[in-house]
Design a binder for this molecule. Structure first.
Ligand code: IMP
Length: 425
C-alpha cells in the first residue's frame, strides 16, 4: 500500500492542497508533518472554497483520518477558527476524523509578538515572514522550553510553563526590543476557550500511524511550504523554520523512512515566491504581471502579492534529488494559456561561468543569471481538458521537455483550481 509524501518542489504555493484533496479519497490517513498556520492550502470542490492552514487537506474527499503531526506548530486559537470554518462549510463530525499529536508544539501569543518585533528589528534584512509566530515557536522547541499540545491537558503545569517562559520573554521585549511586556493571566484566559475545544482531539498520533503502517494502510504525508524554503536546504536565512523536505515527513510524523513508497513533488508551470530572498528567474516585467494576474498570485495566508517568474528547471531538479521524488504533478498549466512565448531556465551563469546545479550559498544564488530556452505558447484554453492527449501540441511539447530534463514524469497535470480540472495520467 502506498505511503506517499506530497512535497512542494518550489517556494511553496504549488497547489499541494488540491493534489492532497484529490488523492485523499484513496487514503486512510492524511498527515500534516511540519509548518503551521503560515501555510494556506486552498481547496475548491462542489462550488465550495476553503483555505486550510493547519487541518490536513484530506477532510473533504472520502473519510480519511486527518492527523496534525508532531512536527507541526499549532496555534490553538487559529485552529479553533479553522475547525468552525470546516464545520460550517460541510456537515462533518470531526470527532473521529481529526487527531492532533500530543507532541506537537504550541504557538502561544508571545511567539507571534516575537515574530513581529524580530522582523521589525531586522529592518532591510527582514525575512518577510508570515508573522504567525512560526520561527519563534520552533526556537522554543529546539531550546527545550516549548509547550506541547499534551501540556494543554494539564492546566496547572501549562500555567506554570507560560509564567516561566514569559519572564524571559518580557525581559527581552522590555530591554532588547523596547516593546510592552505581556501579561500571563490575560494569556492564560485567552487560551482557555480554545483549549476546551481542541483537547478532545489530542492523542498519540505516532502510535496510530505505526499501527497503520503495520496494517499496510494507505497514507498521505502532506508537506507545507516548499523544498526551497527548507531550513537546511533552502536559501538560508530566507527560509521557513522547519523541514518541508522528505526527511521532515518522517521526523514530523513518526512514519519510518523505509515505509515511504512514493515521493510526489508538486510544481507550478512557472515559479512564485512570497517574502524576501533570492529568486533567479523572477520577472519584473509585463510577463511577471500577467502570471500574477492570470494565476491570482496573492498569498493565501497574508494576501501579499507573490513574486512571479519563469520555471526554473535547475531548482526543480535540485528539489527532485533532495526528496527522491519519483512522481511529479504539474499545476496551474492554464495560467500560461495566453502566453505567446514561454521560457524555462535550463542553466545559470555565475560570475561568468556556466553552472548546472543549485548553489548552497545564498549570496551565489543572488548572483545567478538564468539561461533560458524559449517555447512557443499554445494560446488556447486548457481548462476542462481531462485527457493528456487532448492538450494542445505546444503544451505537450513544454511538458515533455520538462520531464526529459528532470528525468521524472508528471503523473498529474492540473488545469484549474477545481478538483474536476485535473488530468491523471
Ligand atoms: P515564516 O514561515 O512565517 O517564518 O516565513 C518564512 C518565509 O517563508 C517567508 O518568506 C514566508 O513568506 C515564507 N512562507 C511561509 N509559509 C509559506 C507558504 O505557505 N507559502 C509560501 N511561502 C511561505
Amino acid at each position: 500500500m502506498a505511503v506517499r509524501i506530497i512535497i512542494g518542489a518550489q517556494w511553496g504555493d504549488e497547489g499541494k492542497g488540491k493534489i492532497v484533496d484529490l488523492l485523499s479519497k484513496e487514503s486512510n490517513y492524511v498527515v500534516r508533518y511540519q509548518g503551521g498556520a503560515n501555510a494556506g492550502h486552498t481547496l475548491k470542490f462542489d462550488d465550495k472554497t476553503i483555505v486550510l492552514h493547519l487541518i490536513p487537506s484530506g477532510m473533504f474527499n472520502g473519510d480519511s483520518k486527518c492527523i496534525i503531526g508532531n512536527g507541526v506548530v499549532i496555534d490553538p486559537i487559529a485552529l479553533v477558527e479553522e475547525i468552525k470554518e470546516v464545520e460550517q462549510l460541510v456537515d462533518i463530525d470531526l470527532h473521529d476524523r481529526l487527531f492532533i499529536s500530543s507532541s506537537a508544539h504550541v504557538i502561544l501569543p508571545y511567539h507571534k509578538v516575537l515574530d513581529q518585533v524580530k522582523e521589525k528589528s531586522r529592518g532591510s534584512d527582514a525575512i518577510g515572514t508570515t508573522g504567525r509566530g512560526i520561527g519563534p515557536a520552533y526556537v522554543s522547541k529546539v531550546s527545550r522550553v516549548g509547550i506541547r499540545m499534551g501540556d494543554l491537558l494539564n492546566p496547572e503545569l501549562l500555567e506554570e510553563k507560560i509564567r516561566k517562559n514569559l519572564a524571559d520573554i518580557n525581559n527581552a521585549l522590555k530591554h532588547v526590543y523596547n516593546e510592552p511586556e505581556l501579561n500571563a493571566d490575560e494569556m492564560v484566559s485567552q487560551l482557555k476557550p480554545a483549549i476546551d475545544t481542541v483537547k478532545k482531539y489530542i492523542c498519540n498520533t505516532t502510535e496510530l500511524l505505526h499501527n497503520a503502517v503495520e496494517m499496510n494502510e494507505p497514507i498521505l504525508l502532506e508537506g507545507a511550504q516548499g523544498s526551497l524554503l527548507d531550513v537546511d536546504h533552502g536559501t538560508y536565512p530566507y527560509v521557513t523554520s522547519s523541514s518541508p523536505t522528505a526527511g521532515g515527513a518522517c521526523t514530523g510524523s513518526g512514519v519510518p523512512p523505509l515505509a515511504i513508497t512514493h515521493s510526489l513533488g508538486i510544481t507550478k508551470a512557472y515559479c512564485t515566491r512570497v517574502g524576501n530572498g533570492p529568486f533567479p528567474t523572477e520577472l519584473d516585467d509585463s510577463d511577471g504581471e500577467k502570471l500574477r494576474k492570470n494565476g491570482q498570485e496573492f498569498g493565501a495566508t497574508t494576501g501579499r502579492p507573490r513574486r512571479c517568474g519563469w520555471l526554473d528547471l535547475i531548482a526543480l531538479k535540485y528539489a527532485v534529488r533532495l526528496n527522491g521524488m519519483n512522481e511529479l504533478a504539474l499545476t496551474k498549466l492554464d495560467v500560461m494559456d495566453d502566453f505567446e512565448t514561454i521560457k524555462v531556465c535550463t542553466g545559470y551563469e555565475l560570475d561568468g561561468e556556466t553552472i548546472d546545479h543549485y548553489p548552497t550559498e545564498t549570496d551565489q544564488v543572488e548572483r545567478l543569471k538564468p539561461i533560458y530556452k524559449t517555447f512557443s505558447g499554445w494560446q488556447r484554453s486548457t481548462r476542462d481538458i481531462s485527457s493528456y492527449d487532448e492538450l494542445p501540441e505546444n503544451a505537450r511539447t513544454y511538458i515533455e521537455f520538462i520531464e526529459e530534463f528532470i528525468g521524472v514524469d508528471f503523473t498529474i497535470v492540473s488545469t484549474g483550481p477545481k478538483r474536476s480540472e485535473t488530468i491523471v495520467r
